[in-house]
Design a protein around this ligand. Structure first.
Ligand SMILES: *Cc1c(COP(=O)(O)O)cnc(C)c1O
Length: 398
């Protein structure tokens, strides 16, 4: 279908503006300004011979179509799909891989991603090669005609390492033309980074994080650059029944509309906090600092460093004490929420990665991750300062 191309608005505007110029959005009888929640499993048909647009919510639901169309637009995708969680998104994508084929992925991956890839290796004969994606050339020896997916996270979580998406895509296209480049864009959200515009084949996002922004739902998004991949993804979603339920679709849509204001504020706060920690001589991992080894590369691919950072205290016990001394910073896994969160990845979100593997991948056990929210930054800084001094991580004389 060809549509008259309209000039795109800037990303913050596109998040709010619901476009129906292609007529793809489901019609609502009453012109509701907010797409209603079609809380129904089935849709009545006018005859047994002629099926309407929707028949069964596993296969399709107007509230889901609405948020999916909007997601496709803001992610610069041909098609987007809303599913039950970020891990579901990855599960659906990895079903494109057949037994005997291979995956290449980073070595500083989200813990749940690691768990699913390990399962595929032990149960489905799908091997994953973990490589250091900070240097694009490290991928070369692992690419072959068996490679089906190249799975990238950038920035990585929690070490904030950057992968050169366009360069890796170029190498993959030259050496393994049948491989698909997949980017987990959760750390950035489509507001800050859009890998499909850089040539990636598939992008997924945990909607549980920035897209929804309030930690009140689990969701995942898969966005694809062409219809042939889209058809395969849709087949799996319909076959397994993992499409996002109507109420969560509605909540996700509501969250997306405020993504820009939340991210702008969270990011501005994060920059101040990263600078504060660096001034106090902590080793800080954050692509918004000019001292980050890949500051320029990240700035080239995205429009901001996001609101997750990590730092080292030099001592595990001390880090544990520090985390417990904060009041405003909730001890919690996850990120992307309006509230600020603090965690120790090695004990929490990344605990499912065996200690020896964490060590081999140079993940410091004392690492503290900060997921910065929209609070007044002075309160966040004061609370952090109190915990830093109270735990002894920051000597007052320092
Ligand atoms: C949270 C997260 C996921 C998984 O998403 P869920 O919604 O928790 O299933 C995947 N990748 C990254 C980078 C994440 O932060």
């Amino acid at each position: 279908m060809t549509t008259t191309a309209r000039t795109k608005y800037r990303p913050a505007t596109e998040l709010v503006y619901v476009d129906n110029s292609d007529g793809k959005n489901p019609k609502d009888n009453y012109n509701a300004a907010s797409m209603p929640i079609y809380q129904t499993a089935t849709f009545k048909q006018s005859s047994s011979a002629q099926m309407g647009e929707y028949d069964y919510s596993r296969s399709g639901n107007p509230t889901r179509s609405h948020v999916e169309n909007h997601l496709a637009k803001i992610m610069s995708a041909k098609r987007a799909f809303a599913v039950n969680s970020g891990m579901t998104a990855l599960d659906v994508i990895t079903r494109l891989v057949k037994s005997g084929e291979e995956i290449i992925a980073g070595d500083d991956l989200y813990g749940g991603t690691n768990r699913l890839l390990t399962f595929l290796a032990t149960h489905n004969n799908v091997k994953t090669h973990h490589i250091d994606t900070t240097n694009a050339d490290t991928i070369i020896p692992y690419l072959s005609d068996k490679t089906r997916l190249v799975l990238l996270e950038t920035p990585t979580n929690p070490l904030m390492k950057i992968a050169d998406i366009p360069r890796i895509i170029q190498i993959v296209r030259e050496r393994s033309p049948n491989a698909l480049v997949v980017v987990d864009n959760t750390m950035m959200s489509p507001y800050l980074q859009r890998p499909l515009e850089m040539g990636a084949d598939i992008v997924y996002d945990s909607g549980t994080k920035y897209l929804s922004g309030h930690h009140d739902l689990m969701a995942g998004v898969v966005a694809v650059k062409d219809d042939s991949i889209g058809d395969k993804i849709y087949f799996t979603i319909n076959a397994t029944g993992v499409g996002l339920g109507p109420f969560d679709c509605w909540l996700l849509m509501r969250g997306i509309k405020t993504l820009a204001v939340r991210m702008d504020r969270q990011q501005a706060n994060a920059i101040k906090i990263a600078e504060f920690l660096q001034e106090h001589k902590f080793k800080v991992h954050y692509p918004g600092l000019k001292t980050h080894p890949q500051y320029e590369l990240h700035a080239k691919m995205s429009s901001g460093p996001g609101a997750v950072l990590s730092f080292e205290t030099g001592d595990v016990e001390l880090s544990g004490k520090l985390v417990e001394l904060t009041r405003l910073w909730g001890i919690s896994v996850s990120f992307g929420c309006v509230n600020s969160l603090i965690s120790m990845p090695c004990r929490m979100s990344h605990a499912s990665i065996p200690a020896e593997v964490r060590a081999a991948r140079a993940m410091p056990e004392d690492l503290i991750r900060l997921c910065v929210g929209i609070e007044d930054v002075d309160d966040l800084l004061e609370d952090l300062y109190h915990a830093l001094t109270g735990s002894g991580a920051l000597k007052l004389a320092n």
